[in-house]
Design a protein around this ligand. Sequence first.
Ligand code: DSN
Length: 431
Amino acid sequence: MREPPVKNKASATLDNRVDLEINDPQVYAALCGEEQRERDGIELIPSENYTFPEVLAVLGSVFTNKYSEGYPGRRYYGGQTFTDEIENLARDRAKAVFDCEHANVQPLSGSAMNQAVYLGLLNPGDTILAMDLSHGGHLTHGAPVSHMGKLFNFVRYITNPVDGSIDYDQIRADAILHKPKLVLCGYTSYPRDLDYAAFKSIADEVGALTMTDASHFGGLIAGGAMRNPFDYGFDIVTTTTHKSLRGPRGGMVLCRKKFASKLDKSVFPGLQGGPHMNAIAGIAVTLGKAQTAEFEQYASQVLKNSKTLASALMDQGAELIAGGTDNHMMVVDTVKSFGLDGKAAEEVLDRVQITTNKQIIPDDPNPPLKPSGIRIGTPAATTRGMLESDMQLLATWLITCLNNSTDEAVLDDVAEQVQAFCQKFPVPGLS
Ligand code: DSN
């Protein structure tokens, strides 16, 4: 049996701050600035979160020094005792959390993880059915500007912007007409839930594989607050690890055993070289946390907060795409609601330290850098401990700012309240 390793405090990031401050004051100043921004403002971008302090510790650890091409037990470099341990832990925990047969935790992030699936299981030119970008899909779901959109033949389905519904009969007709090899569901800006049974039945009818890109709601599946596509017989689920899961930046491909070998080869050596072992250590930590009762409680609170915020915004006159939310996010049509494009709305809110992101809406007549809406989500605010009553307050500040976007006195007043409010909610990892 191995001797327990000597505990060495020096490898943790926070202990090395003094060196950074002395040796690179410019980078140190930017780090302090970002810490202050995160502490003094309210983060409402639905894809962002505050990671666990333990994840910060391993991200800034010596695992970043190590090359580990290959997989546990089959590496191309020596010295893999601890990297193998870490990657096996992350894989086993991923399988337990998502109730799946195989997990690859090496994808560097969301785009690579989706590309690995397409390139590993399909041939260039094959047809994939996926949600249109402006209706909520991701760039890698076939947007013409992405390389994937050029390499594969994407047929994109749309949603009903009034109630967010998806016309499954139309998707079935599209599937029969276009014979996709893969039926893909999942989203980055769609505020409703998905009917996995319907997607699976359509895919079965035309002999297609099924995949969910759960990047946004991976943490909500892990915490039992949203449904798991594997319960409906899906073949593949991908998720990033830094959004609702609260982990480090990274991605995972989860699948049935029969796809394991092809998908592992597709990630490495097909698409990537050395995995980022510090991130994989962070994924292991995250998935340990995801198995706790506290995480279950967190996931359910994210949804409660989101529904409360959406209702409070609508009660005060905001027009939400799809008329509300079933998940952790909502999209506000700022042109219709406030006569502001999404860029202007984002800037007004930035001015009071409430961070959102400009967002295209379904079939947006405006360009992506000046779109018609903003996207708002509750994972980060919930991590800080905010509850439904806080969402009511947030809604009032959002509405006040967007209705008074040129009134400096009103904006100053909200900014002051936001700053005072934030002091009550510590950011994990920032003392
Ligand atoms: N950038 C992510 C998001 O904000 O949803 C998707 O890639």
